[in-house]
Design a protein around this ligand. Structure first.
Ligand code: HEM
Length: 263
């Protein structure tokens, strides 16, 4: 009961009161600190992928953004399916926040906005996304503790950069300010991302895990970052073909001449 009260208080109260104390008590052996330190380098790499850099600069075309949403849909569908399967697992249960975090429904609505009512028949799972999805299912079924790493990598990331990305995408793609197509970035049940992240960290730190298990989790989180980067790199490659199509459509004669001269 007290746990539930703690959740409600912290989720709905954006003041952050009470968290400073927990934060100052953190030790480098706490899972939240090990995850933050252990993924620092790969986080920097992820920030520096071309796709992410372009996105941040508002250089994102709608077709590519839509494919990004498709990749996220498959990823979160797999992750939340495995979370539901393991919601009572003692080493995941304290991190079960479906109302606050789960993105499956939001992404389904975004895809319906972009692709229309028969969106499901218009999308498919890309190769890089399938690798990520396969790993999530494997972990959920064979070693559920590792789900913590996947949930951490996505949800903490979404809560950290989501609002900036939403604004960038809305402007660049001229999407309605009312939020259609961008529901993924909107966490309606979280009033303070900062406070929620603190709660999530303290819940991670309360999981009963020995040092070996924590190290395994950090390694899995690094893997999760790599799966994300592979999806970004794949999108980047697809982006090049979309760009070529556009150029070809507009300048087919120059395109052919350029090809002859250079080869
Ligand atoms: C945290 C920025 C991309 C996952 C953060 C924080 C910032 C940030 C400023 C710290 C927030 C805080 O301490 O409250 C960015 C920027 C990105 C980017 C500018 C792209 C240019 C990504 C990607 C992922 C990711 C691609 C993974 C898919 C995370 C995670 C955290 C985080 C898991 C939580 C770290 C922790 O406190 O343990 N990000 N991020 N980020 N980000 Fe990113």
């Amino acid at each position: 009961m007290s746990e539930k009260m703690e959740t409600e208080a912290n989720v709905s109260n954006g003041s952050g009161t009470g968290y400073e104390k927990e934060e100052s008590n953190l030790s480098p052996e706490d899972l939240s600190e090990m995850l933050a330190a252990g993924t620092k380098e790969v986080h920097e790499k992820a920030e520096n992928t071309q796709f992410v850099k372009d996105f941040l600069r508002g250089r994102i075309r709608k077709e590519l953004f839509k494919l990004g949403a498709v990749a996220l849909y498959h990823t979160y569908t797999a992750m939340e399916e495995e979370i539901e399967r393991n919601k009572d697992h003692p080493q995941f249960a304290p991190l079960y926040f479906p109302a606050e975090l789960h993105r499956h429904e939001a992404l389904a609505r975004d895809l319906e906005y972009f692709y229309g009512p028969d969106w499901k028949s218009k999308i498919s799972c890309s190769q890089a996304t399938q690798h990520y999805v396969d790993r999530i299912h494997q972990v959920g079924q064979e070693d559920p503790v590792l789900l913590v790493a996947h949930a951490y990598t996505r949800y903490m990331g979404d809560l950290s950069g989501g609002q900036v990305l939403r604004k960038v995408a809305q402007r660049a793609l001229k999407l309605p300010p009312t939020g259609e197509g961008l529901e993924f970035y909107q966490f309606d049940a979280i009033h303070s991302a900062k406070a929620f992240k603190q709660l999530y960290r303290s819940r991670m730190n309360e999981l009963e895990l020995d040092m070996a298990a924590k190290r395994k989790l950090v390694a899995e989180a690094v893997k999760a970052f790599h799966f994300n980067m592979e999806v970004f790199e794949e999108l980047e490659e697809i982006g090049k073909t979309i760009q070529e199509d556009v150029q070809d459509a507009g300048m087919s004669v120059h395109g052919e001449m350029g090809g002859d001269i250079s080869k």
